[in-house]
Design a protein around this ligand. Structure first.
Ligand code: COA
Length: 182
């Protein structure tokens, strides 16, 4: 970022992602969605996230280009639910290079994506973000999102799971043997 870049004079090109952008978007996402920064995201950032969304939802994969570099992206999809006439716009990944934040880049990406989704019939926009009130939470609040639904992340140690299963098997075997000997 040049020191003179400000929200007002930033030359930004928001456009559909192209095949040559895939590695750039992937590597930028690696910087943004580190396990430390986003440990509880339901999805994990990997190359398949980018390639599969690009294949299936090209029109909802947008990039922000500045000075010939990709500095941000928004990847989304439209979800239709069974027995509901409503379509939901789902913003899956939104990221801006740490050196280019607070310049309105995410806001521009979001506005363009929302515009496309509205054109395609979406009535509600959904996003997933960290519960702690960080940049993303503030960003979405600023865009008018509300009514956060709490998700609880449960974890299960699979060693414990195996031990529980073994106990359960032993218990039912004992019960069966008890019945047979009666
Ligand atoms: C969230 C994120 C995409 C915002 O990108 P950005 O380009 O810096 O956001 P913008 O400059 O468009 O911000 C627009 C408004 O959102 C709010 N906002 C954004 N970042 C903020 C921050 N760090 N602190 C407080 N408010 C913030 C402000 O209201 C801001 O307007 P202002 O600068 O005039 O005050 C960026 O911080 C990011 O990539 N975070 C990591 C990835 C992530 O959590 N993605 C979202 C879930 S997939």
């Amino acid at each position: 970022m040049k020191t003179e870049d400000t929200k007002k004079n930033l030359e930004l090109n928001i456009r559909e992602m192209e095949i040559d952008d895939i590695p750039h978007v992937f590597h930028l996402g690696e910087q943004i969605f580190t396990a430390q920064e986003a440990p509880t995201f339901y999805r994990t950032w990997d190359e398949y996230e980018v390639t599969s969304l690009f294949n299936s939802n090209n029109e909802y994969c947008l990039v922000a280009e500045h000075d010939g570099n990709i500095v941000g992206f928004a990847l989304g999809t439209i979800v239709s639910k069974k027995r509901s006439a409503w379509k939901y716009g789902y913003l899956i990944w939104l990221g801006v290079s740490p050196d280019h934040q607070r310049l309105g880049i995410a806001a521009n990406l979001f506005d363009k994506l929302a515009e496309r989704m509205i054109e395609d019939g979406a009535r509600i926009f959904m996003v997933e973000t960290e519960a702690k009130k960080g940049a993303a939470f503030k960003f979405f609040k600023n865009k008018g999102f509300g009514k956060p639904e709490k998700h609880i992340y449960l974890t299960l140690n699979l060693k414990t799971y195996q031990q529980l299963q073994k106990k359960e098997r032993n218990r039912s075997r004992k019960q069966k043997n008890g019945k047979n000997s009666a």
